[in-house]
Ligand binder design. Structure first.
Ligand code: ASP
Length: 332
């Protein structure tokens, strides 16, 4: 064997040895734990109590043999259209200057994704996000560009904030005169809807939509429209979404982290717990820092976990339709 050949052989030998050592772990190498629950498919889960009504509409699609991507879009549109909801859609709370700015994203089983951020005055940001995914070479459009795009595709402008929301905001403003004082984040002024589904064919998709942190600084974009933070889907492994303080979720690329933990064999609930613990470890001050994760894997196993108690999620399967209290690291 000549020198060159020997070197090539040596390199190949090393490469295959490395492959043998670093073979990516697969979801089939599951870590056993008591949190595994495997319902029959299809399955849809979504954040918070408003998830119950959203799941109902998603379920209509899934039950009829429809695709997960159509189910999650239809599901979260329910919450976007609910004008009594103060944290999703144009019924949401505005930023500190009175503008309701919306963030949303969607991801399908082929890892195609679309997002809109800082979008003002449209009823269904999730459908605009899906249009970005399907009609453009881009993933995310923001602000005026996103609004112009939506108008071009025939979406109609609607007025916001609602009268009663404006009144509440004016009172808030009177009491908060500092330019940069931190708006409170608590169970009253946030609550994204994140939804994950696996359809009868075993394909996963997810959607996430919010009006964001009430009274945020203008221009602020949270985790919810960011693929990998507010939502992530890998059809080989599973899907995850987040709710709560978006800044904390972004810092650990939250939903992507949860999916990668599932890839390493963790159950959905355990993956959510480990991501929550990572957030806790990275923050000195946990006051008011609520984050909740939801996850669904390729087997239809689901789970959720939050920093503080009080996070719940809606679950719909062929046998169940209920609101479940997620486990948490600590009590308020
Ligand atoms: N995650 C959202 C945001 O930070 C808000 C929420 O879910 O409560 O904008």
């Amino acid at each position: 064997m000549g020198n060159l050949k020997r070197r090539t052989f040596f390199k190949l030998g090393l490469a295959s040895a490395a492959l043998a050592v670093f073979k990516p772990s697969r979801a089939s190498q599951l870590i056993e734990d008591s949190t595994r629950v495997t319902p029959p498919k299809p399955v849809v889960i979504s954040t918070w109590k408003h998830g119950l009504a959203a799941n109902e509409n998603a379920w209509k699609v899934l039950q009829a043999g429809g695709k997960a991507i159509d189910a999650v879009e239809k599901g979260v549109r329910t919450t976007e259209a609910d004008m009594s909801n103060r944290s999703v859609g144009i019924g949401g709370r505005p930023d500190r200057y009175g503008h309701v700015t919306l963030d949303a994203c969607i991801m399908d089983e082929k890892s195609k994704c679309g997002a809109v951020a800082y979008l003002e005055g449209f009823m269904h940001p999730i459908t605009i996000a899906r249009t970005v995914m399907e009609k453009t070479p881009h993933v995310m459009l923001a602000g005026d560009g996103a609004a112009d795009f939506a108008l071009d595709y025939g979406f109609k402008k609607v007025k916001s904030p609602l009268k009663e929301v404006k009144k509440e905001w004016k009172e808030w403003k009177k009491a908060h005169t500092e330019k940069f004082d931190k708006p409170e984040i608590n169970s009253e002024n946030h609550d994204t809807i994140g939804m994950l589904a696996i359809d009868a064919d075993g394909n996963l998709s997810g959607a996430c939509t919010t009006s964001g942190w009430g009274y945020k600084l203008p221009g602020r974009i949270g985790d919810s429209p960011i693929i990998g933070a507010g939502l992530f889907v890998d059809n080989e492994i599973g899907a995850a979404c987040a709710t709560g303080l978006g800044e904390a979720v972004i810092r650990i690329a939250g939903s992507h982290t949860v999916v990668e933990l599932m890839r390493n064999g963790h159950s959905p609930e355990d993956a959510c717990r480990l991501a929550v613990e990572r957030i806790i470890a990275k923050h000195d001050d946990l006051s008011g820092l609520q984050v909740g994760f939801l996850a669904l894997n390729k087997n239809g196993e689901y789970g959720g976990y939050s920093v503080y108690n009080g996070f719940n999620f809606a679950l719909t399967t062929p046998n169940q339709n209920e609101l479940i209290d997620a486990k948490s690291n600590r009590n308020w």
